[in-house]
Design a protein. Structure first.
Ligand code: AHG
Ligand code: MN
Ligand code: MN
Length: 321
């Protein structure tokens, strides 16, 4: 199985981008090592603060954020970073070629129950200027040069795209290296599986209510087939399932909190996952347009997310038309 750097070189990925992806991968291998020791490494529980989005930070949110920030700052390749756990962007190396955005720890509510969590990242070419601010990060997902996630599961895996399809790597624990094991991830066009937090049902808009109601009717309803439901409560886990065997994942717009157009963050979650899903032959939409075409207006903005098997996403969008 080819090593990560070797495979990226074969794909003729820019040498500095290859190095940068390696820096992220190594840092995630370190986070994985901490997670493996669970309660023994003192990483569980609350950090005692809230992030800018008003969410309680877990110790591991803060630890993984600091680890990534330090690794990226030290690399010399990154002009600035933006993170779910930072109020504003952080400037790094003035002549760095890249901007990196990340959700250092996705699925925080799973940490204390020893369940799936991951790290999601998104990379852009940096603008040609020395002083950067939040506005320099406000570019649509279709400008990403790479995106991926590392899933800290029973085995540690990375999904990665540099715009040449989506690949899966797995961490070979003894060497601390990511090895390629699927160089062309393909999401089946059709599916019988969906993922949604159904406890929010009463808050959804009418089209999503109607779509899910029809899925639940199974073979006695208009879809003529029975569906199964899965919910990991970590986008990284749900999207990994979709990339691995198909499905539709949605965190729709809801009226639970009128200030939030859905729960998931455009820049740290929806864009990188949208890039991975499209490169694997799937679709990734808000309820109106491609996620990757959304023009961001705030680094922490939230968007509705509907992604996965192409034909099923089309059916869902049909209810919104
Ligand atoms: P985070 O842990 O980075 O705040 O993200 C959690 C997100 C996402 O991973 C997941 O799909 C969703 O929140 C789960 O939300 P519910 O609490 O509605 O299950
Ligand atoms: Mn998240
Ligand atoms: Mn997070």
């Amino acid at each position: 199985m080819p090593r990560l750097a070797h495979h990226l070189t074969q794909q003729k990925v820019d040498i500095e981008l290859t190095t940068l992806i390696g820096v992220v991968a190594d840092c995630c291998a370190d986070i994985a090592a901490l997670l493996r020791h669970g309660p023994m490494s003192g990483i569980l529980g609350l950090a005692g603060a809230e992030n800018i989005q008003g969410e309680d930070q877990k110790k591991l949110d803060v630890i993984s954020n600091d680890m990534l920030k330090e690794a990226l700052e030290k690399s010399g390749l990154v002009k600035g970073i933006a993170s779910e756990e930072e109020d504003n962007c952080v400037g790094c190396s003035p002549d760095g070629k890249f901007l990196v955005l990340f959700d250092p720890l996705d699925g925080s509510s799973n940490i204390d129950i020893n369940s799936l969590v991951g790290t999601i990242f998104s990379i852009y070419a940096a603008p040609d200027k020395t002083d950067i601010g939040d506005d320099d990060f406000l570019r649509p997902g279709n400008e990403q040069v790479a995106a991926g996630y590392v899933l800290y599961g029973p085995s540690v895996m990375m999904a990665l795209t540099t715009g040449q399809g989506t690949q899966f790597y797995m961490l070979e624990q003894s060497k601390g290296e990511f090895l390629l094991f699927d160089d062309n991830v393909q999401i089946p066009k059709d599916t019988k599986e969906f993922a949604i937090n159904a406890s929010n049902q009463r808050h959804w808009a009418e089209p999503m209510q109607a779509y899910i109601a029809d899925l639940l009717k199974g073979e006695t309803g208009p879809r003529d087939k029975n569906f199964n439901m899965r919910w990991v409560a970590a986008m990284v886990g749900d999207v990994h399932r979709v990339l691995s065997r198909g499905g539709i994942f949605t965190y729709p717009w809801d009226k639970k909190n009128p200030n939030k157009a859905g729960k998931l963050r455009l820049m740290y979650e929806a864009n990188p996952m949208g890039f991975l899903v499209e490169q694997a032959g799937g679709k990734a939409f808000t309820d109106a347009i491609r996620i990757l075409d959304v023009e961001p207006d705030n680094i922490h903005q939230r968007v509705p997310v509907i992604l996965g098997s192409a034909n099923e996403v089309d059916v869902c969008l049909g209810y919104h038309a």
